[in-house]
Design a protein around this ligand. Structure first.
Ligand SMILES: CSC[C@H]1O[C@H](OP(=O)(O)O)[C@H](O)[C@@H]1O
Ligand SMILES: Nc1ncnc2[nH]cnc12
Length: 310
């Protein structure tokens, strides 16, 4: 298959969503570029299909890569078309997403360049981002008590620990504050988030995690701290600081993602990676609207996302 193929013949189960400073994954073989149109518009970037050698058999495992803010970081956090991103990934077969994010630290022990695998989120977005697939004549209510997938989270933590050492520091859990932005927080807000028990802060986890949950995709974010936000005496956060730390630690970030892909590619994780534990949940959570109340437009979108479900 040539590297500029515009289709891929097999389902791609694993995706990486790259954030600030992680706009591509070098060292993987690029086999296709997919330009997908969804009922919710086009994704942030074309989906690159990369081949990753299975650590056990050596066979190529396909991985989808999507750049959250566009190929040139041209989309602000509130402009990221998350519905289109998640719908497009599901349409190529994706059932597990590893999402990468540059975050500010709200706690002294979480130092710049440390990694953190969050297990909770506090939503501080302002309701201006489209945040559900179930609206306009098709209502759905999915559980969001655990915004990240515990099974994938455990695998990611194990991989992070295997790299832990002088260079890589990993925090196993924490509460992620997702703020609206694009401006950074005021000092009063930053201190308020600390009083909430927040560990780290970003502008990108939502609605991405909510939409992944609705799409029955196992979703785990890997956070890399790039600054101490403005509560800390070391100085206020700015983009130079974020990009400087991101760049300095990019190699570790890539090693981390590579180790996670190695592990996820193992046959023993196939059921988890295919999110068998989530399969079918939306048939009930999204079936609350009686057929007579369903609008054609909503039905069309939901049928595109879940062929044959309703
Ligand atoms: C450039 S600092 C703020 C920016 O960085 C984070 O991006 P991402 O989560 O995509 O890595 C944060 O969420 C903001 O979008
Ligand atoms: N301090 C901060 N606040 C919000 N998002 C961020 N991303 C990186 N650093 C951040």
């Amino acid at each position: 298959m040539s590297s500029n193929s515009d289709s891929y013949p097999h389902p791609v189960r694993i995706a990486v969503i790259g954030g600030t400073g992680l706009q591509s994954l070098p060292n993987f073989t690029h086999v296709a570029t997919l330009n997908i149109k969804t009922p919710w518009g086009t994704p942030s970037s074309p989906i690159s299909v990369l081949h990753h050698p299975s650590p056990t058999s050596g066979d190529p495992i396909p991985v989808a890569f999507l750049s959250r803010h566009g190929l040139h970081h041209e989309l602000a956090p509130h402009e990221v078309p998350s519905q289109a991103n998640i719908a497009a990934l599901r349409s190529v077969g994706v059932r597990t997403i590893i999402a990468f994010s540059a975050v500010g630290s709200l706690q002294e022990p979480i130092k710049p360049r440390d990694f953190l695998i969050p297990d909770q989120i506090i939503d501080r977005t302002k309701g201006i981002r489209p945040f559900t697939f179930f609206e306009g004549g098709m209502v759905g209510h999915v559980g969001f008590a655990d915004p990240f997938d515990n099974s994938i989270g455990e695998i990611v933590r194990k991989c992070g620990h295997s790299l832990s050492g002088e260079d890589v520091r990993l925090h196993d859990k924490g509460t992620l504050i997702c703020m609206e932005g694009p401006q950074f927080s005021t000092r009063a807000e930053s201190n308020m988030y600390r009083s909430f028990g927040g560990s780290v802060i970003n502008m990108s986890a939502l609605p991405e995690a909510k939409l992944a949950k609705e799409a029955e995709i196992a979703y785990q974010m890997i956070c890399m701290s790039t600054d101490y936000d403005c509560w800390h005496e070391s100085g206020d956060v700015n983009v130079e600081m974020v990009m400087g730390n991101m760049k300095a630690n990019a190699e570790n970030a890539r090693r981390f993602v590579g180790a996670v892909l190695d592990e996820l590619s193992k046959e023993e994780h196939a059921d988890v990676v295919e999110a068998k534990h989530l399969e079918g949940q939306m048939k009930f959570a999204g079936g609350i609207t009686a057929p007579a109340g369903r609008s054609d437009k909503a039905k069309e979108g939901i049928e595109w996302l879940f062929p044959g479900y309703f």
